[in-house]
Design a protein around this ligand. Structure first.
Ligand code: FES
Length: 164
């Protein structure tokens, strides 16, 4: 299938199409490239809307149900719009015991939004997350793909200031 949109009205940009082609070359078949293709689609379109998932299914010759199954399993795939900086705060037991909910409350105070909402300028959104596999450095959050560990509300403030 070409880069053109199929039943959806969306398509990868020329630059993403090149990366997509290279990615396909690393896998034994198209279907095996689902995870990296979802990542590419998220980077390109911001989040995985139903249209985007349909597009990915078409490009990989997969049933939409398979794409939905994988995209909804992993929290790293966003199913609705997020801010330019999406902050995920771990609140699983070790992080919770080290102040994970203090971080959540500080975010609500600083950004003036609830988890899952996006600030008016489109810059920030945040969500509660399950264990992010950095328990020894609790509490922590992930901003897009970057980890910030040993957080306190004051350190979080500095982090937000730096992203403003
Ligand atoms: S409990 Fe927070 S990273 Fe594991």
């Amino acid at each position: 299938m070409s880069a053109e949109a199929g039943t959806t009205n969306i398509a990868f940009s020329a630059a993403t199409e090149q990366v997509f082609d290279k990615t396909l070359g690393k896998y034994p078949n198209k279907r095996a490239a689902l995870l990296p293709t979802l990542r590419l689609a998220q980077d390109e379109f911001g989040y995985l809307s139903n249209d985007v998932m349909e597009y990915v299914a078409e490009r990989l010759d997969l049933p939409l149900s398979k794409v939905l199954q994988v995209a909804t399993f992993y929290t790293m795939f966003y199913k609705r719009p997020h801010g330019r900086f999406h902050i995920e705060v771990c609140t699983s037991v070790p992080c919770c015991m080290m102040g994970g909910y203090d971080i959540m409350r500080q975010l609500e105070k600083r950004l003036g939004i609830a988890p899952g909402e996006v600030t008016e300028d489109g810059k920030f959104s945040y969500a509660e997350a399950e264990c992010l596999a950095g328990c020894g450095n609790a509490p922590l959050c992930q901003v897009n793909s970057e980890y910030h560990e040993f957080l306190t509300p004051a350190i979080l403030d500095e982090l937000i200031d730096g992203l403003q």
